[in-house]
Design a binder for this molecule. Sequence first.
Ligand code: GFB
Length: 313
Amino acid sequence: MNKNDKVFVAGHRGMVGSAIVRKLEKEGFNNLLFRTSKELDLRNQAAVEDFFESERPEYVVLAAAKVGGILANDTYRADFIYDNLMIQSNVMHQSYKVGVKKLLFLGSSCIYPKMAKQPLKEDYLLTGLMEPTNEPYAIAKIAGIKMADAYRAQYNCDFISVMPTNMYGPNDNYDLNTSHVLPALLRKFIEAERSDLSEVVLWGTGNPKREFLYVDDLADACLFLMNNFSEKGLVNIGTGKDVSILELAQMIAQITGFKGQIVHDLSKPDGTPRKQLDVTKLTTLGWSASISLEKGLKMVYEEVKNKTWVQHG
Ligand code: GFB
């Protein structure tokens, strides 16, 4: 990619899209193209067709998606499958039609079977049953990977798919009903510490293990793969290291200075027991993560420690 190539970042206001924009701008890209969801509803086929025909981007980063934590996935099941299928189908098909030189599709590590062997290698895709809480989202993302491969096979489109692990960083969602675990716990511990509460509630048993990647590392990996990877299939993006949810909570308790009890709400689901990524493919290509969980947690804590949140619902 050249610095003045026209790059459409779909989803530029989300945590991932905004990190990719920061990275591209830092690298000197000066012809970035964005639309807010109000300006362009990516679920609307005709609107996306008009947009691509008039703007004709040369590169596309498909970071627009309906995303959320375990409860949001389980509650808004129809929205998660509909929105994601529509967004990715419209963007990929129009990218093919206007001859986009390369497209990067972002998926998620939840595309792997619930009980797959660990660490998760790329070729474990579609070898078993999915985790029920996020099956609609995962099925949409699997459809995206297969769609990218199909357009590559039939039309020679250079569409690539990357599967990041659980991410965190600037512009994350801190709504306690719809967020992922890391921002939720950060908020809960900060608020508990501020109000001198005696306990913080953790959903589930705390036993599931998750791998966390700082979103600026992800953006760096995406640009690296745009420049260095052109094949069908998928590439995992992660650190290759995971921690239990209880360990994560203890780390956050320490950073925030919370000294009270951690209690469990066992009415909430645990989800997948473990989804540690095998990152051999990515490291062999020449990229590895540089921000440790300890460092990333401190960075994000510094960013939000004085924030006040309003909880809706
Ligand atoms: O991050 P999270 O919502 O999603 O939850 P997943 C991870 C684990 O943390 C689960 C526990 O075992 C939760 O029960 N947990 C503990 C909490 N306390 C909390 C809390 O206060 N809030 C939240 N949200 N969790 C999602 C998928 O799965 O991750 C998506 O549903 C996607 O499809 C995404 O793949 C990355 O890691 O379980």
